[in-house]
Write a new protein. Sequence first.
Length: 317
Amino acid sequence: MKKTWFSVGQVLLTLIVVAIAAVVLWKLVDYYLFAPWTRDGHVRADVIQVAPDVSGLITSVEVSDNQQVKQGQVLFLIDQARYELALRNAQAVVQSRQATLDQARREDARNRALGNLVAREVVEETHSRVETAAAAIADAQVAVDTAKLNLQRTTIVSPVDGYLNDRAPRVGEYVSAGRAVLSVVDMHSFRVDGYFEETKLGGIDIGQPVDIKVMGEPGLLRGHVQSIVAAIEDRDRQQSSTLLPNVNPAFSWVRLAQRIPVRVQLDEIPADFRMIAGRTATVSVRGITPAGKTNAVPATPTAPASPVAAHASGASQ
């Protein structure tokens, strides 16, 4: 009798172990194959390239590498002497043309006062000289305004609140108009982009809560799905010179799921968290219902705290 109960106990124990193993296996399969999560996530931010509107030598640099700056803060100054001379020259031209206009007006007034003693053609010519001189004055005034604007643009300021790149300009460098000298990372634009396999998009909705694990950080960040990209590049189709579709006639039999960028807006960031654009993150979407939808309401984001901008490479899931 004891032997029978021992055999039954062995069978029950075996069944329990098998059942537990099956549940664990199913959970692993569901997590790795169906759950909407990815290791292919990155911290992103808007990077504004700062290019001067005028050319010249840098005479003063007011910032240092990787410094935090405020919107409107002076970054560096371009040699103003040349642009001050250009402004003085434009103002002198205005004075000269003003004198010409005054003389033309006096002649026109005198000829009109003489009445029939002056030929009609002469009166028309003097009046035309007045109008020409007035137009010349307007043109010279535009040159003065342009010179003032160029002089103002020799002071380069930060367009946003953010962080400089790791190489600020140096005194004595020559900068050209329209060519970027440094970049500023907008501190209010930090977000996380997760690149999800297209097979997992059914479990992702706008507003869904998200857990973010940044590599090297002990805690989690919280956010929600802000948007899902509307299109990605089709690598099997190219544009031909005739504007007709050029479709690759061969493709690999092993078809890998495309990666779809999903943007996650951060809800809150701990004060001691080091936010760096380019850091690698694991992004996990939560709050999934059986229909693959969620009733989560997007939370109001708060401004990121004290990030330092840099770039780091990422790993794929």
